[in-house]
Design a protein around this ligand. Sequence first.
Ligand code: F6R
Length: 241
Amino acid sequence: MKIFIEKNYEEMSKKAAEIFIDAIKEKPNIILGLATGSTPIGLYKELIRAHKEEGLDFSKVTSFNLDEYVGLSPDHPSSYGYYMREELFDHINIPKENAHVPNGKAENLEEYCKEYDEMIEKAGGIDIQLLGVGENGHIAFNEPDESLSIGTNIVKLTDNTIEVNSRFFDSIEEVPKTAISMGIGGILKAKKIVLLANGKKKAPVIKKLLNTDRVTTKFPVSFLLLHPDVTVIVDEEAYNG
Ligand code: F6R
């Protein structure tokens, strides 16, 4: 596990952007795994800047997002589909049909989860997977539990996650209780993983991750210790608390 400690959120975002920009230049038809939440917004801003100012070309890029709330259509302002359009897709030249966010309104959700994994496989597998991490150690929506799913699956959100994510909704009652999430196995299949964390609130989870040599389903992010190519980029607050 490689770790970079950057001065602040802006520097963390720039460091992450360097990795993504270099990778896209090197492999224009790259397959990206993307995340939502507060953490990647600065990185997405840098990618948009590189597209607008330096002509970074996304025309051959394909992306797959980690997760989506069950029951929300991409038109819902709190959906991850909406977020991705607002924060990235609408500002770069990625073809619409290449930018995948799980369909929270799929009729047969179980079936759809399998199809999502098949789509990723057919595309050639994820080259770089971007991750944030929850305060409870979740990655994507793989919440601490007795066991974790290998493939894309429907997960029940914990009270903690519902509370933390209620900031993106008008009220906590509006936060869906379930989500579609890529599984731990799907995440570990990515050729390279980049995990970002910023701010004091993430310090306990980063400290725990950097000081353990054990994996446990009670701390999902610990599974990244099994992967041969993980880069963790944090700001000083997430590192020092
Ligand atoms: C989002 C996702 C989540 C977030 C995590 C951290 O697609 O998969 O695991 O990465 O909840 O969220 P923020 O960045 O808002 O602190």
